[in-house]
Design a protein around this ligand. Sequence first.
Ligand SMILES: *Cc1c(COP(=O)(O)O)cnc(C)c1O
Length: 391
Amino acid sequence: MTFETIKNDEQQYMVHAYGRFPVALVSGKGATAVDVDGQEYIDFTSGIGVNSLGYCDAGWTKAVSEQAATLQHISNLYYSPLQTEVSKTLCGLSGMQKVFLCNSGAEANECAIKIARKYSFDKYGGSRQKIVTLENSFHGRTVTTLAATGQDVFHNYFFPFTEGFVFAKANDIADLQAKLTDDVCAVFMELIQGEGGVMPLSKAFVEAAAALCREKDILLMVDEVQTGIARTGHFFCYQGYGIQPDVVTAAKGLGGGLPIGACLCGEKTADVMTPGTHGTTFGGNPIACAAAKEVLSRVSTEAFLQEVSEKGAYIREKLMTIGNVKEARGQGMMIGIVTEKDNAKEMAGKCLANGLLILTAKNLLRLLPPLTITYEEIDKGLAILKKTMEA
Ligand SMILES: *Cc1c(COP(=O)(O)O)cnc(C)c1O
């Protein structure tokens, strides 16, 4: 099959929800992807922060294929030792108490939103149902998570959106305080806004938010769908801020390439959901859990987290030596590059032509490499980026 055939069939048979780069990927190893013509690419994207262990890692492949040959799916009407093991591990690594397993980031966030509203409904009746999120945030593509997303471009076409979301300015304590009225049940935020352009929240803002929430019995909920599972050099990004949220959501990197999401609950929220109030057919699927179990066992050690921080620092330092790079920001291996010429989209296309897969976010180039990327692969990728940026 040729790229042209694949492209034509995509045009004819697939819903045009994506603007795609002109390449069809068919295999991969480590941080190298291979297209249908056999051309290799260094991958600084890991499928948008999903392939934590890179392509077809030996341990991950073994865990997944053995599970596929053992038990591929059971309903959540039955117990699953893989679900309980993954949940127990997530609690141990996070200081959270209970986990709901689902299939994606948006679903984990839907679960968080339902938990916030039910917590408040159970305790206060119907008077406190609003949720404060931040301007420039991203929380997903379902109607409710779009409503929760603090960017006007996402509030189109699909009316009516779910009511009850209020947006506060990131890093503006006074604005947040003003938005925390008596009808608010939760604050929900990313600690580094990923799709919003790798924008970190300040420690002072996050600490103030945590203190205000505690004082008013408002739930503090953190969307770690992109920042979680070792991406920032902490297992969860909030651990670097020294806070303990009431709800944490995760997905992207959790399964290392298989769809799995998780909504983690703390002391206040652990028993909010009861039988019949929430559910999913696929959530906690045994193969996805086997994948997550392998990912968690690999990325959660102190040595691994330290290495993620070091590789991230190395990349950011090297980036600053490349012409037309104005700023390299982020934490661990979640990195945003501000270019002098403000031409990230165009650059990403040129990088592809030169053998490098790279993301954009707003007007930034964005890197979310597999956490296991080697220094050799990093150097290869950076050399392509340099050549492209300085051309
Ligand atoms: C990607 C992302 C989501 C949505 O996750 P899906 O798995 O695409 O539903 C939600 N929140 C954040 C912060 C994300 O980066």
